[in-house]
Design a protein around this ligand. Structure first.
Ligand SMILES: C[S@@+](CC[C@H](N)C(=O)[O-])C[C@H]1O[C@@H](n2cnc3c(N)ncnc32)[C@H](O)[C@@H]1O
Length: 482
């Protein structure tokens, strides 16, 4: 990669797109925004004591606000495409009114569409003339979003409605299994670059047709096929509970899906942008292909998770250098103190994401579902040549650390059946942790580790991590050879 762009932004993609992204600088935008599912997405964690803890990753609940009224009035007053989008939003409000009797101004669908319209309009200038955008959504919102996309990008630049079909559990007997998502593919102009790959349709009965002028091939099992331009219906496995790439982030998409989109629409040395990048599937796929990438997510936790994901998967390229720019997250001790002061739960989430822990997503006013746990690190340790799943408990202190809280951490670790406890605090509190912590240790095949350790925010910002054993992949019970 010559002039590499690897940038992770934490913030609302509307502001980041408007303030930071150069016009005409991006070849491919893939976005997988929340779908107005009216759900809050959690990361599930089950402790060894069998208690369940919900870890909130992001919220997908929309309500119509007074600001939405003001913005919709602006849409109406403006010329195209905003006035057409206002018509779509009016329609969505009417439909929800007829359907569930909601008062017009309560429409969550309309609020969602208004928010998406503003963000899609901010994405358009970022694209080069030769670029393309893929909007990933589900059938409950796709028909409305397509109208918005027609208004923003132009109906004549619509290229495909890609159906991503998969098989996952959970079906109702009252309708056919809802097992596909919709990906709307638009180009910025007619001058767009695309590389549509081929697929293998098998001949009927797997026998050769022998039509003149048609090239046919036989696979290893003696089945005959031709090579045809790939269709817009893609069967790709979703991330299942046993998928090797599964990170536990809700709505994580499979790498194979992103690889196909990138192969089609990002040229060599091109730039891929994902403005709702979640746990970073797009970023991972782009890094694997040595392309430039920009990821944006509103969640500090997600952005830190992506940094870890990329560094863990491409250690030779990224582990030891600072080639990923992180924007919108604390970079100095004073930034970290500011965040701790402004919102201690956001501070906890940032720390947890950065050290690879599942944060528990508490909010102001919460006491927390599980006293003394702010995050959990899943460990895959090696014992007797077998991978054993363990956990370490993380507690984050934004201010003073008391002797009692250090002693209490040992109890929480024992109660949850975890192997280690990590107390994260600012450097000036570390002496309390060191003086009060248990001196017990635990071991696996790789060595001996402290049962309770203190870890400073200063050290975290220097790029260090708590003392933990090397990780051996995710498969429980997997055997390690050699
Ligand atoms: C459906 S998930 C994306 C999943 C992703 N494709 C993956 O494979 O991991 C949507 C993401 O959008 C983020 N998000 C929601 N609103 C946002 C906004 N206004 N700006 C940026 N990110 C946002 C959420 O935090 C969440 O991580």
């Amino acid at each position: 990669m010559d002039t590499s762009t690897r940038k992770l932004y934490r913030g609302d993609c509307l502001e980041i797109l408007q303030d930071y992204i150069e016009p005409n600088s991006v070849d491919l935008i893939y976005l997988d925004p929340p779908f107005n599912s009216k759900s809050n997405y959690n990361l599930p964690f089950r402790g060894k004591d069998r208690t369940h803890t919900a870890v909130q990753a992001f919220v997908d609940t929309w309500t119509w606000t007074p600001e939405n009224d003001v913005r919709l009035a602006e849409f109406r007053r403006s010329g195209e495409p905003l006035s057409s989008i206002a018509t779509v939003i009016d329609f969505a409000q009417q439909v929800e009114h007829i359907d569930v009797g909601q008062r017009r101004h309560e429409s969550s669908l309309a609020s969602y569409l208004l928010n998406m319209a503003d963000r899609l309009m901010a994405m358009k200038p970022a694209l080069r003339d030769t670029g393309s955008i893929y909007l990933h959504c589900d059938p409950t919102a796709s028909h409305y979003l397509k109208l918005v996309m027609d208004a923003v990008f132009g109906k004549s630049y619509f290229r495909n409605e890609i159906i991503w079909a998969y098989r996952t559990g959970g079906v109702s007997k009252r309708w056919f299994g809802r097992k596909h998502d919709v990906i709307l593919f638009y180009s910025k102009s007619d001058n767009y670059k695309v590389n549509v790959s081929k697929e293998r349709p098998y001949n009927r009965e797997n026998k050769p047709y022998r039509f003149s002028g048609v090239e046919e091939f036989e696979d290893e099992e003696g089945r005959w096929y031709t090579m045809a331009t790939m269709r817009d219906v893609w069967e790709i496995n979703a991330i299942g509970r046993t998928s090797a790439e599964r990170l536990g982030y809700p709505t994580q998409k499979p790498l194979a899906l992103l690889e196909r989109i990138i192969d089609a629409s990002c040229p060599m040395n091109g730039v891929v942008l994902d403005p709702f990048c979640g746990c970073g599937t797009t970023v991972h796929a782009a890094e694997d292909k040595e392309l430039n990438w920009i990821g944006i997510d509103i969640s500090r936790f997600a952005v830190e998770l992506i940094r870890e994901r990329v560094a863990n998967n491409f250690p030779h390229r990224l582990r030891h250098d600072r080639s990923i720019s992180m924007i919108g997250l604390p970079e100095t001790v004073s930034d970290a103190r500011d965040l701790a002061h402004q919102d201690r739960f956001e501070f906890e989430k940032w720390v947890c994401g950065r050290i690879g822990a599942n944060g528990l997503g508490k909010r102001l006013g919460d006491r927390g579902p599980d006293g003394g746990i702010d995050g959990i690190i899943e460990l895959y340790t090696l014992v007797n040549q077998k991978v054993v799943e363990e956990t370490a408990i993380v507690q984050v202190k934004s201010g003073n650390v008391s002797a009692d809280s250090v002693r209490a951490l040992s109890e929480v670790v024992r109660r949850t059946g975890s192997v280690a406890g990590i107390m994260v605090c600012f450097e000036d509190q570390m002496s309390t942790v060191d003086n009060q912590r248990s001196r017990d240790v635990w071991s696996d095949a790789s060595g001996t580790y402290p049962f309770i350790q203190g870890f400073s925010v200063e050290s975290l910002l220097d790029g260090n991590r708590p003392i933990l054993p090397p990780q051996y992949g995710k498969r429980r019970g997997a055997r390690i050879s050699g």
